[in-house]
Design a protein around this ligand. Structure first.
Ligand SMILES: Cc1ncc(C[n+]2csc(CCOP(=O)(O)OP(=O)(O)O)c2C)c(N)n1
Ligand SMILES: [Mg+2]
Length: 718
């Protein structure tokens, strides 16, 4: 056990120790050593097949422990990466908690046993749940830092966020900052650069720590980073404080990080510290660095080991003698042994808990609470006008709402607003909102889709309600990883500790001749395939009002698909249904009742089905039309009941014929309602091809009314 006897301490050389007192210096060493021993213990457990994976923080302990010392636990917002064990320990994560994560225990605070070890997350310490994706954290940290500036100015938003579900973890304090870290390799990801761009444009209080161990698995830095130095490469970002340090030296790291963090706390802008560290234990236990690192290189690294170097400093400076170091280490060894035993005895999550926290346990957007009667007033509005009107009323009601994306503002140069009408979106869906609510609530983003979604995630995690816009569905793909691996999964992977109920509005579908392949795409099935995400697609202005409001008031992330072809049609307009009109998710709308054939559809095909039904009606055929309007969840009851009623079913959709959304609905009908059908379920969809620029090449991205009529007639002849 540690000896409590004080030794004759030589006078502490304070400038050399950067003002740190003896206790703090010992705490630094203890945390570094504890981090290493927890890694060692995990490695042992992995070799005994008691855990399934190990990735260590070895070689990174000095700079991360030093940074942890400078951050304010539970005040600053932390977006760490997997080599930040020492930082997390310094902030308050307990050794037991880190090992509960390693064994995948039910009570692991980071994920309840759902994620791999070292995927840090702890709501009490504002350590935001991390995924396995390298680089996604950067743009989310931007969103979190934007929340800092937002709450600083808008206390009503903060008060409201605190009252919302999980509001106990919402907070804001003066001078708080956002920490985000990664290795050298992850700085090659676009999101790193996207984040720096916005951080510098908005002077965000973000502290970037780049822990450069010279390798990304087996790829050395000179192949990863032009010129081999990330700090040199980012040198021209305006207002970015940049510093380098030997990340294996906790004292130098402390001094350099302290200055960088102070820069952020003083609201002078973002700061980046580039720390040179080592990686003595290979990338992970699945890697053997001897396959690509020379013996000389490894030997050189061994000489820079932060633990042995710092223990020598402590002895040399007379802070601890050799015996005291041994005592401290023995005490830590004991503690690690004890907590490992506890972790190994900890309960695992039960199998039936797997579906818990896919969606919010607090707000059910499918419930009757979202059923409302419209209180109509005003002149009829088009769908696109209804988007703007609904956003406007919701923004009035809830100061947490921010609206951003490409071109969504009226005019970023606010002085121009006196003399110009304003843009308000390429389709005008956000027209007038900046003018009404201010440029801090409605603003343009750089042209960077991953960061639009990532920033929304960061803001939503901190209790704001971002309504972000992706200008065209065709360009959503840079944001795919943010949507699939982050937005959808945040609540589940953190076992309910974190959430990001953002609304992502997306203009979708074929709408004009000449739109060609990059202004016409569908692909809703790609997103209904993602658990955790709600996907809705209204076909009328009334449903836009009801579903968009539900999307904003719900506690899950929502993809709100707005069909471009429907934006300005006269046939789907509606008077404004009032500021509290909502439509529950997962409830289809019976567009027309009929007794011969049922058409199950949504989006732009609803109206075409109506036109087809009118024509067929004149020929004595009665068609029922169901508008799903909500694609995930969807209304199976409505589908089953119309199939049972008419026994002949068409599923009509714009998405690709094969693997499209309707294909899955048709498959389920065939599976579960086979006995009910008098004829095989038919799909009517766009062809499995692209919409081309020249109409004579291909103008059938939307199935035509004639296709629907033919399909109905074929079914009746069956
Ligand atoms: C987006 C993404 N691509 C690839 C991977 C697989 N991967 C995990 S860690 C890693 C290397 C990261 O290197 P670096 O950023 O230098 O961090 P280090 O592990 O060296 O600390 C790779 C390629 C991943 N997890 N995520
Ligand atoms: Mg690396």
């Amino acid at each position: 056990m540690a000896s409590q006897t004080r030794i004759k301490v030589a006078k502490l050389d304070s400038p050399k120790m950067h003002g740190l007192d003896r206790d703090t210096l010992i705490r630094l060493y203890r945390t570094m050593y504890l981090s290493r021993k927890l890694d060692d213990r995990e490695i042992q457990l992995k070799r005994q097949n008691k855990i399934y994976f190990q990735i260590s923080s070895a070689g990174h302990e000095a700079v991360t422990a030093a940074a942890g010392l400078l951050l304010r636990p539970g005040v600053d917002w932390i977006y760490p990466y997997y080599r930040d064990r020492a930082l997390c320990l310094m902030l308050g994560v307990t050794p037991l908690e880190t090992l509960l994560q390693a064994v995948g225990a039910k009570d692991d605070p980071s994920s309840g046993g759902r994620q791999m070890p070292s995927h840090w997350g702890h709501p009490e310490w504002n350590i935001v749940s991390r995924s396995s994706c390298t680089g996604t954290q950067f743009v989310q940290a931007v969103g979190a830092a934007e929340a800092t500036l937002y709450y600083q100015e808008r206390s009503k938003a903060l008060a409201k966020a605190k009252k919302a579900p999980l509001g106990k973890y919402v907070g804001y304090e003066d001078n708080e900052i956002v920490y985000v870290s990664s290795g050298d390799g992850a700085t090659s990801e676009g999101e790193f650069w996207e984040s720096l761009n916005t951080a510098c444009i908005k002077k965000l209080p973000m502290f970037y720590l780049i822990e450069d161990n010279g390798y990304a698995i087996s790829v050395p830095v000179e192949v990863q980073t032009a010129g081999s130095s990330i700090s040199k490469l980012v040198g021209s970002f305006p207002g970015l404080h940049i510093a380098e340090c030997d990340g294996t030296d906790p004292l130098e790291s402390y001094a350099v990080c302290r200055e960088a963090i102070q820069y952020c706390r003083d609201r002078r802008g973002p700061a980046l510290v580039h720390a040179q560290v080592t990686r003595p234990y290979s990338h992970s236990l699945s890697d053997d660095e001897k396959l690509y690192k020379s013996a000389e290189e490894r030997e050189r690294e061994a000489h820079r080991d932060p633990l042995s170097k710092f223990s020598l400093v402590l002895v040399r400076e007379g802070l601890l003698d050799q015996k005291q170091i041994e005592d401290l280490e023995a005490q830590v060894d004991n503690e690690v042994r004890e907590v490992a035993d506890q972790a190994l005895a900890a309960a695992e999550p039960s199998i039936d808990s797997i579906k818990v926290n896919v969606y919010s346990p607090d707000v059910d957007p499918t419930s009757s609470a979202f059923e409302a009667e419209p209180q109509y007033h005003g002149a009829p509005k088009t769908m696109v006008e209804m988007v703007a009107a609904t956003l406007s009323d919701e923004m009035l009601r809830d100061e947490r709402i921010t609206v951003f994306g490409e071109d969504v503002a009226d005019a970023s140069r606010e002085e121009n607003l006196k003399s110009v009408k304003g843009k308000g979106g390429v389709f005008k869906a956000t027209a007038g909102l900046q003018r009404k609510f201010g440029a801090d609530r409605v603003f343009n983003s750089p042209l960077a889709e991953a960061s639009i979604v990532g920033r929304a995630i960061g803001m939503a995690t901190r209790g704001l309600k971002p309504v972000a816009e992706i200008q065209f569905f065709d360009y959503i793909w840079p944001a795919m990883m943010q949507i699939r691996d982050e937005l959808c999964v945040m609540r589940w992977r953190s076992n309910g500790a974190f959430k990001c109920p953002a609304v992502i509005r997306v203009a979708i579908g074929g709408y004009l001749t000449g739109g060609a392949v990059y202004h016409s795409q569908s692909g809703e099935s790609i997103f209904t395939h993602c658990p955790g995400l709600r996907v809705v697609m209204p076909s009328t202005a009334l449903d836009v009002a009801g579903l968009l409001r539900t999307a904003i008031r719900c506690d899950d992330p929502v993809m709100f698909l707005e069909h471009k072809h429907l934006y300005r049609q006269p046939y789907n307009r509606s008077e404004y249904p009032g500021p509290d009109y909502t439509v529950p998710f997962g409830k289809a709308r019976v567009v027309a009742e009929g007794s011969d054939v049922s058409i199950i559809t949504y989006g732009a095909l609803v109206h075409r089905a109506e036109v087809a039904a009118a024509q067929l009606g004149r020929e004595g055929v009665s068609v029922e039309i169901i508008d799903l309007r909500s694609l995930s969840p969807y209304d199976w009851e409505a589908i089953a009941s119309t199939a049972r009623k008419n026994h002949r079913v068409i599923v009509a959709y714009e998405d690709m014929l094969s693997w499209g959304y309707g294909a899955e609905i048709a498959a389920r009908i065939a599976d579960e309602l086979f006995e009910e059908l008098d004829a095989p379920v038919r799909r009517v969809a766009a062809m499995d091809t692209f919409c081309a620029y020249q109409p004579n090449l291909e103008d059938v991205i939307l199935p035509q009314t004639s296709h629907l009529i033919n399909a109905v007639k074929q079914l009746l002849e069956y």
